[in-house]
Design a binder for this molecule. Structure first.
Ligand SMILES: [Zn+2]
Length: 260
């Protein structure tokens, strides 16, 4: 029975990962997320339900569209697999509880923001990485709703969101004032408000510093390897990574930071 539940949660995660692929492609391009139904981005052929099974279909089709044979990015099945595994992780950590669904929601919105940011950053049609406002707004509302369901108060998400927003807005405003150029995208600042709404005020201190640290380590390694200077990195994935780490180890970090 336990194994059945685990497989079931993984499957829900993989299906939502498939929906996430639709969101991260269509939202930054201003496309409707429901119409038309899933179709090949090259030839426009509608994808049949039996070719739309999360993770598996990509391998069955050999990574190509059934109609026009143009390659389909391996990121699609990887996003589905990753979301499924992270949902499974939430189940193993929290059991079949409301906390688990809260964890799944955090995972979903953080992965969606990270993928959206990265995919638009590497796409020449966009000047920089984009985390769509509609995605942040949805995460914000879900964060408030779940916090209400878990704690019976709006104080937790409200204080968290305000702290998250100001925690990134103030440094990025100062940076702009002093250096006269944009340091942080608006999408990143709004994403931090979503993190606060979902994980509360205590998470912000950790997430800001951990994401900055991860981003710096990655950026410096990339500069050393590519010997390029002034690489502009999308910051969303680092916020997302730090938030998911906090989700799983919140008691450890809270004890370290606040229980003195
Ligand atoms: Zn096609």
């Amino acid at each position: 029975m336990e194994a059945f539940k685990a497989v079931y949660i993984f499957f829900i995660g993989a299906c939502l990962g498939s929906f996430m692929n639709v969101l991260t492609y269509r939202l930054p391009r201003g496309l409707n997320i429901a119409i038309p139904p899933s179709s090949c981005t090259k030839c426009g052929q509608r994808i049949k339900f039996y070719d739309n099974i999360p993770v598996l279909s990509w391998f069955i089709l050999g990574g190509r569209c059934r109609n026009c044979k143009s390659p389909i990015s391996i990121m699609y099945p990887l996003a589905e697999l990753g979301t499924g595994l992270m949902f499974l992780g939430c189940y193993l950590k929290f059991g079949l509880t409301l906390e688990m669904w809260h964890g799944c929601a955090v995972v979903f919105f953080m992965l969606a923001a990270a993928f959206s940011d990265v995919f638009t950053a590497v796409d020449d049609n966009f000047e920089c990485g984009i985390i769509p406002d509609s995605l942040n707004l949805a995460g914000f509302i879900v964060g408030f709703a779940l916090s209400w369901a878990l704690y019976g108060t709006f104080k937790f998400p409200l204080y968290g969101a305000l702290t998250g927003f100001l925690g990134l807005f103030i440094p990025s405003y100062l940076f702009k004032l002093i250096r006269k150029k944009e340091g942080m995208g608006g999408g990143d600042i709004k994403l931090m408000a979503v993190v606060g709404a979902m994980l509360g005020i205590k998470s912000i201190f950790f997430v800001i510093f951990a994401s900055a640290f991860l981003g710096a380590v990655y950026g410096i390694s990339l500069q050393l390897v590519s010997r390029q200077k002034n690489i502009i990195l999308p910051f969303g994935p680092f916020i997302a990574a730090a938030s998911v780490i906090y989700l799983f180890y919140a008691p450890v970090f809270d004890a370290l930071l606040y229980n003195r």
